[in-house]
Design a protein around this ligand. Structure first.
Ligand code: ZN
Length: 284
């Protein structure tokens, strides 16, 4: 299912940095689940959803992708002019390794991200070489297949808690007004030991956690979300480690209104490989 979304107005180019006075409208902050690397080969409901999502959102001035697959001790933003496609997985069909996503980067916007985070008290490294990992390019290839939107990545900090990522997101909320799409990419339920390749439906614990996440997102219950392990019996099983949920908190923060509690919208719900949730949400 896909809800209607306010989006940016098409324009020919971005000047980089925070493009003042451009034709781009404000963008929401979005969390998507990127699933297994084979998502692009598998097709199905989530592929269809992501294929429509880019059109629903409209074309942003740039996409700042917060991927679960770029982990650093403190925030880092990618600044490559032409970021390479990183095939950061092993043992999958050769067709996956031949895929490329040729979006350009935006060193100017990377500097703006660094400065914006610095103003909020977060030291942020600019990485001139970092390419696009599959958490970024898999959904983007479906959302913007022409690769005509500049893409940057922002890292997550697996040793920091959800509240840290929420604060990072809040600092970045201003970017949305310049038409930047904050695209968080992780997984709503992610326990690789509980996948059922070729299996059916989610088990009750996975469905319960996804339902809880749905409810908290829709009610804007930030207090519960940042404390998800203590608040839900299923939290630790749904996420044995935090890294695939941490991007959600950046989107939650970026989509909020000056730190006020803001309800999000569920854009999509699906499970693949048994217990791998493919849910997507938007804020703002
Ligand atoms: Zn992943």
């Amino acid at each position: 299912m896909t809800q209607s979304l306010a989006g940016g107005t098409p324009a020919d180019s971005t000047s980089g940095g925070l493009p003042a006075g451009t034709a781009f409208g404000a963008m929401p902050a979005v969390f998507v689940s990127h699933g297994a690397p084979t998502l692009l080969l598998e097709g199905g409901a989530t592929c269809e959803f992501l294929s429509h999502l880019g059109t629903e959102l409209g074309r942003p001035s740039a996409a700042l992708c917060v991927s679960a697959h770029w982990e650093t001790a403190s925030p880092a933003v990618s600044a490559a002019t032409k970021p390479e496609t990183i095939h950061d997985f092993g043992g999958f069909p050769p067709a996956l390794y031949e895929m490329r996503y040729a979006a350009e980067g935006s060193p100017a916007l990377a500097a703006t991200v660094r400065d914006t985070l610095a103003a909020a008290g977060f030291a942020c490294t600019v990485d001139p070489d970092r390419g696009l990992d599959h958490g970024a390019w898999v959904p983007l290839k479906l959302m913007y297949p022409a690769a005509d939107v500049p893409v940057l990545q922002l890292s997550i900090q697996p040793r920091r808690d959800p509240a840290h990522h929420l604060a990072v997101g809040r600092a970045l909320a201003v970017l949305r007004q310049a038409g930047v799409l904050v695209l968080a990419s992780g997984s709503a339920v992610h326990n690789l030991r509980e996948l059922r390749w070729g299996g059916t439906g989610p088990q009750p614990w996975a469905q319960k956690f996804a339902d809880w996440l749905d409810r908290c997102v829709s009610e804007g219950d930030i207090e519960a979300l940042v404390d998800y392990r203590a608040r839900t019996p299923e939290g630790a099983r749904a996420h044995p480690t935090d890294e695939h949920l941490l991007p959600l908190y950046v989107a939650l923060g970026a989509g909020g209104n000056g730190g006020a509690s803001v309800g999000g919208r569920r854009l999509h719900a699906n499970f693949t490989h048994g217990n791998l949730a493919m849910h997507a949400y938007a804020w703002g």
